[in-house]
Design a protein. Structure first.
Length: 250
């Protein structure tokens, strides 16, 4: 008689009229008749029909079970009768899950898959570029210093080359022309390109006596004469160092 009574009775569901897509919501399976024993634990795993089962616990009064579920598909969700293990089955439960995502839109955060991808966050190039300001500033300072010293480096190199090849070891025309070109290169590095064409008058006007002798000695050597003799390289370079004229002085 008791078995027949239990088979004819069934707990009831308590659920909202609609489930919100993707949100966690609570369903209750309760035995409302106090004369009947509480329903045992239903045999469920990770789903209640199409709903994902996130947790299950007994009701505080011990008269049933509370299910925390999540709907991941829109439409009509039907929970079939659950086997309670004592000959009872819960009634079927039908719930409506309205669509809250535009048709064809990505279902971000609803169950995984290729469509469950958050939009890519663009790399903050504008902010990241601020990190380049210190090295760019340092590079600009180094380049400025390097360019500022390029004239001095060129002058130093021209003076070093001139000292190595002056006076010319031979008095043939090719050796004299090469020595003359090195001297003019040194003058141009110190005074500017106009110095390549300076003659005795310009050297005398700028108190460059050793260079006046230098140009006259080259002219004499081209005609086989030894007077005036070639000046030593040290006075020639020293005369450049002693001058205060800026590059391009004419």
């Amino acid at each position: 008689m008791v078995v027949t009574l239990l088979a004819g009775a069934a707990p009831t569901w308590k659920a909202p009229a609609q489930l919100k897509l993707g949100e966690l919501q609570v369903l209750e399976l309760r035995e409302a008749d106090p004369a009947l024993p509480a329903p045992p634990r239903p045999t469920v795993e990770d789903r209640l029909g199409p709903l994902r089962l996130r947790s299950m616990e007994p009701l505080p009064d011990g008269r049933g079970w509370r299910f925390q579920v999540q709907a991941l598909e829109p439409g009509h969700a039907m929970i079939p009768g659950l086997d309670l293990g004592n000959g009872q089955r819960s009634p079927e439960l039908r719930l409506d899950v309205p669509r809250t995502i535009p048709f064809g839109g990505p279902w971000v955060g609803f169950g995984g898959g290729n469509e469950d991808l958050l939009p890519a966050i663009p790399f903050p190039w504008a902010w990241a570029s601020l990190l380049l300001l210190p090295p760019l500033g340092l590079a600009a300072w180094v380049i400025r210093r390097w360019r500022k010293g390029s004239a001095k480096r060129h002058l130093h190199h021209a003076a070093h080359t001139f000292r190595r090849h002056w006076p010319p070891a031979r008095r043939d025309r090719a050796a004299l022309d090469a020595a003359h070109a090195l001297g003019r290169e040194l003058l141009a590095a110190r005074f500017g390109e106009a110095a390549r064409a300076w003659g005795p008058a310009e050297f005398q006007a700028r108190n460059l006596g050793p260079w006046d002798q230098w140009t006259k000695s080259l002219d004499a050597a081209r005609f086989g004469r030894t007077e005036p003799p070639f000046p030593a390289p040290e006075p020639l370079v020293a005369a450049l160092d002693a001058r205060g004229d800026s590059k391009g002085d004419a």
